[in-house]
Write a protein that binds this ligand. Structure first.
Ligand code: PHE
Length: 453
């Protein structure tokens, strides 16, 4: 379970959630996101883990086993293959953002060494200069790719060695420590202004803001954050023992993941408002706002350094799960060794990710999918992010809910899900009706907003 929490909690919570909330106008997005986690994400999470635990194998193989035992076509494993492709694409750009985290670890470490413990971080340097760290990095394509490669190599090292040992340590000790540090920074921030404004911004519901694209963004964020629709949770389900109640476990994973995302919002937006930054700064939001807060904090260099080290570990437990799924698939499919599979997948992710990294500088003007409205004006980084969270993950989740709700035999499902009585009937209703129907509707109005105009 801790490994699954480790996979779920990552850059999606700290970096992507605030960025998406800001880009989509706050309250309506956040409340719809919570709605999606509870009524769509959690039932799909339970569906994925139960497929994995029943199959006890890699994701496609688990789906195949369940389909065959239910007397249905083995080709339902396509739902896991879409997932494997999605995981590969997420991995490619995830490592780019992982590289930014490494850059900030370096920046705070250097600051700690040069200025020592007293006072805040980056003493004597104007706030604008601290904010300019990220644009500075974006301007340097070579450094960005180098850091992306470094992050990928660290991930590769863990996966090639077999995941359990290191990840267990990180999940058991560092994640709780991270949670406490993050909470402390948030509470400290709550007293330094901007908090009330942030709460209003994040939680006030203005129905007219809930457009098709905002709904799709919220569903996409729920899936991205819970690691759904990319076969990862099927794989993790296969590690879960028979005595564990999957419904309870899924609830804990979804609850912990959402708690971290909301804390990230309550930590970052007060700084944004107090410092007069733009809430819709997109991917830069977390990286530009938090260092400003560390500037004003006692022992800010040390706290900033610790914070970014922990973000790094949270990102690592997620990237490991992202690399794991395509690696397991390659190994099974081509009968190659674990190490060869890991290296091959990593090499592919490196090339694709480098295009994403360079879309902030050298390839800034390159918008390869301009002809499609969903991707209009986007560089490679945004395209990879959009195609996974807003297309592949929802499709993977639709197929999963149809498979579990309608295709697989009820006997197999009931033996795994750990639910009884009314809750069981409610979950079945969500998986059979609400998830597929709502997801298809949201996909449609999200991709073709003109439908609702
Ligand atoms: N859920 C992870 C995060 O929030 C990202 C992820 C997506 C990991 C899909 C695995 C699979 O950072």
């Amino acid at each position: 379970m801790l490994a699954a929490v480790g996979s779920a909690v990552g850059l999606g919570n700290m970096w992507r959630f605030p960025a998406e909330a800001g880009a989509n106008g706050g309250g309506a997005f956040v409340l719809f996101y919570i709605f999606c986690v509870v009524l769509i994400g959690s039932p799909v999470l339970l569906s994925e883990t139960l497929i994995g635990r029943h199959g006890q194998a890699s994701a496609p193989e688990s789906v195949r086993r369940m389909a065959i035992e239910s007397g249905k076509s083995r080709h339902w494993d396509a739902l896991a293959s879409i997932g494997v492709l999605g995981a590969f694409i997420v991995l490619s750009f995830y490592c780019v953002v992982g590289g930014w985290v490494l850059y900030y670890v370096g920046a705070f470490a250097q600051d700690l060494v040069t200025t020592g413990l007293s006072g805040g971080a980056f003493q004597g340097r104007p706030a604008e200069e601290v904010e300019a760290l990220l644009p500075g990095l974006f301007g340097n394509g070579t450094l960005m790719v180098a850091l992306q490669v470094l992050f990928l190599l660290i991930t590769l090292y863990f996966v090639a060695r077999g995941v359990s040992g290191g990840i267990e340590f990180v999940a058991t000790w560092l994640m709780p420590a991270f949670f406490i540090l993050f909470l402390a920074i948030t509470i400290y921030g709550a007293f330094t202004g901007g908090f009330a404004e942030a709460v209003t911004y994040l939680f006030s519901f203005e129905p007219e803001r809930l457009t098709g694209p905002v709904m799709l963004a919220a569903v996409g964020q729920a899936f991205f954050s819970l690691s759904l629709g990319v076969a990862g949770m099927i794989t993790y389900g296969s590690y879960v023992g028979r005595d564990v109640n999957l419904a309870g476990t899924s609830t804990i994973i979804a609850g912990a993941d959402t708690a971290v995302a909301l804390i990230a919002g309550l930590c970052i937006f007060p700084i944004v408002f107090a410092a007069g930054l733009e809430p819709n700064a997109g991917p830069a939001l977390m990286f530009q706002s938090l260092p400003r807060a560390f500037q004003d904090m006692p022992v800010g260099s040390l706290i900033g350094l610790l914070f970014f080290i922990m973000v790094f570990f949270a990102a690592l437990t997620s990237s490991v799960s992202l690399l794991e799924a395509p690696t397991a698939w390659m190994k099974d499919k081509f009968g190659i060794s674990r190490v060869v599979a890991t290296v091959t997948v990593s090499a592919g992710a490196l090339l694709l990710g480098a295009l994403a990294a360079l879309s902030f500088n050298t390839l800034e003007e390159w918008h390869p999918l301009n002809g499609m409205s969903l991707f209009a004006g986007m560089g490679m980084f945004d395209i990879l992010d959009t195609v996974t969270s807003k297309v592949l993950m929802p499709i993977g989740a639709i197929l999963t809910s149809i498979f579990v709700g309608w295709i697989a035999s009820r006997r197999l499902i009931d033996a795994e899900n750990g639910l009884t009585g009314g809750l069981h009937r409610f979950w079945l209703f969500l998986v059979r009706w609400l998830c597929p129907v709502a997801l298809m509707a949201i996909l449609l109005v999200g991709i073709f907003p003109s439908l609702t105009e």
